[in-house]
Design a protein around this ligand. Structure first.
Ligand SMILES: Nc1ncnc2c1ncn2[C@@H]1O[C@H](COP(=O)(O)OP(=O)(O)OP(=O)(O)O)[C@@H](O)[C@H]1O
Ligand SMILES: [Mg+2]
Length: 367
C-alpha cells in the first residue's frame, strides 16, 4: 500500500497543505521546529487514530483555530481508500473512510498500516515495561481489530476491579465474577501477545543476524506474570490466570491493586543471551530496535499481504553508514517517509525519490 496524497488544514503549524507524494521514497528536509514530524504524525494519525506524541487531540489543531482537517488518499491492492479526519478542540474527532462516517474508532484500524521508527523507540529497550507493552499492543491492534476491543475491555474490567480493591480498604471481598471476566479477556490478550512475539521474534532474529554479519543473536521473549507454557491455549491460560488471582489474593488486598495479568507483563530482549537493556551498548540497543522495526514490516506484509508505509522520523542520522545502507537496501518495495535536518547525510541517492523542503509550516518540492 502507499499514500498518494495528503491534505492538511489548520493542523499543528500548517494552515493549508496539499502534497502528492512519491510511491517509494519521500524525504522531508528542514531545520528544527519547521513541521517535518507534523507531517509524519498526520500520516500516523490516519493509520492508528491517535498521535504518537500526544493523547490530546486539541494539541493537533492549530493554536488560533477551532478545527483541523486531514485527508489521506491511499492506493491498496484492492483499490483506492480515502481517509478523512476532523479534529475539534471541543468535540470528539470524526473520521470517515471512503466518505462513510465511522461509529467506533476501532473501525479505522486496518485501513492504513504504518511502521514508525523514531529516536523515541529506544524506549522499547531502555524504558519500563509500559513502553514494551505499548509497543506490542500498538502492533497487534493494527492488524487485529478484535484485539483492540479486548484490550479496551480488559482495561475497563481492571479499573473497576482495582477500584473495588481500593474502596474496600483491606477487607476481604468476593471478586469471583470479576476474576472470571478478567481472566477470560486477559487470557485472550496474553495468548495473542505470545503468538505475536513468537513471530516477530523469529523475523527480528533473522534481520539482526544479517545486520551484524552473523555475529549477534537477538532473542525476544514474552515474560508473563502468569506461568504460561508453550503449548497453552486460550482456556489453559484462563485457568492459570484464575489460580494466580486466588494465590495473590492477600497481596492484592494489601496493595489494593491487581498484581498479576497482562498489565504486569513484560518483554525480555536479549543479544547473545544478555539482556540488551542492562548489558547492550548504545549501538547494540539501536540495532536491536532497527531489527525489530524491520521485522514489523515483514510481519505486517505476512498478515495483510501488503507492505505498510514506513515512517522514519529523525533516525537516519543516528545510524552508522552500514546500518543506513542496510535499511535503504531493504526498502525497495516499501513506501518510506524520511525526515532529516541534513539531506547530505542520507545515503539514498540511488533511489527514486521526492524531496520536500519544509519551512515554517510550508512545503516546497524538488523532484
Ligand atoms: N497546535 C499547534 N499550533 C501551531 N503550531 C504548532 C502546534 N503544535 C506544534 N506547533 C509548532 O510546530 C513546530 C514543530 O513541528 P515539528 O515537530 O514537525 O518540527 P520538526 O520540523 O520535526 O522539528 P525537529 O527537527 O526539531 O524535530 C513548532 O514550531 C511548534 O511550535
Ligand atoms: Mg521532528
Amino acid at each position: 500500500m502507499y499514500l498518494k496524497e495528503l491534505k492538511l488544514l489548520n493542523y499543528r503549524n500548517y494552515d493549508s497543505l496539499h502534497i502528492e507524494v512519491h510511491p517509494k521514497l519521500n524525504i522531508i528536509v528542514g531545520e528544527n521546529a519547521q513541521g517535518k514530524t507534523n507531517v509524519i504524525e498526520a500520516i500516523y494519525l490516519c493509520a492508528i487514530g491517535k498521535s504518537f506524541r500526544t493523547n490530546k487531540d486539541q494539541e493537533l489543531v492549530k493554536l488560533d483555530k477551532k478545527q483541523a482537517y486531514i485527508k489521506a488518499i491511499l492506493e491498496k491492492a484492492n483499490g483506492e481508500i480515502e481517509i478523512e479526519m476532523k479534529l475539534d478542540k471541543e468535540e470528539k474527532k470524526k473520521i470517515k473512510v471512503n466518505r462513510i462516517p465511522l461509529i467506533k474508532m476501532g473501525e479505522l484500524l486496518g485501513n492504513l498500516n504504518v511502521v514508525i521508527f523514531s529516536p523515541d523507540d529506544l524506549k522499547i529497550i531502555k524504558g519500563g515495561p509500559v513502553e514494551r507493552r505499548r509497543f506490542i499492543d500498538n502492533e497487534i491492534c493494527q492488524i487485529y481489530p478484535k484485539y483492540y476491543y479486548h484490550l479496551n475491555q480488559y482495561n475497563r474490567i481492571l479499573q473497576q476491579r482495582n477500584k473495588l480493591l481500593k474502596d474496600n480498604r483491606g477487607k476481604k471481598i468476593d471478586l469471583d465474577i470479576w476474576n472470571h471476566q478478567l481472566a477470560n479477556v486477559g487470557a485472550f490478550i496474553i495468548y495473542n501477545r505470545r503468538k505475536f512475539i513468537k513471530r516477530i521474534g523469529i523475523l527480528a532474529k533473522l534481520m539482526h543476524r544479517k545486520i551484524t554479519d552473523e555475529i549477534e543473536s537477538l532473542e525476544i521473549i514474552y515474560d508473563s506474570s502468569i506461568p504460561v507454557v508453550e503449548k497453552d491455549e486460550n482456556n489453559d491460560i484462563t485457568e492459570k490466570f484464575l489460580s494466580e488471582l486466588k494465590r495473590t489474593c492477600d497481596e492484592e488486598i494489601l496493595k489494593k491493586a491487581t498484581v498479576v495479568g497482562p498489565h504486569r507483563d513484560d518483554l525480555l530482549i536479549k543479544i547473545n543471551n544478555m539482556e540488551v537493556k542492562n548489558y547492550g551498548s548504545q549501538g547494540q540497543q539501536r540495532t536491536a530496535v532497527l531489527s525489530l522495526k524491520m521485522a514489523e514490516l515483514e510481519f505486517i506484509k505476512g498478515e495483510v499481504g501488503e507492505y505498510p508505509i514506513l515512517l522514519l522520523d529523525d533516525v537516519m542520522s543516528e545510524l552508522d553508514t552500514n546500518r543506513q545502507q542496510y535499511l535503504i537496501n531493504n526498502l525497495k518495495n516499501i513506501q518510506t517517509f524520511i525526515t532529516t535536518t541534513i539531506i547530505e547525510q542520507l545515503k539514498t541517492k540511488e533511489i527514486n525519490n521526492r524531496i520536500f523542503y519544509v519551512k515554517k509550516g510550508e512545503i516546497r518540492i524538488k523532484d
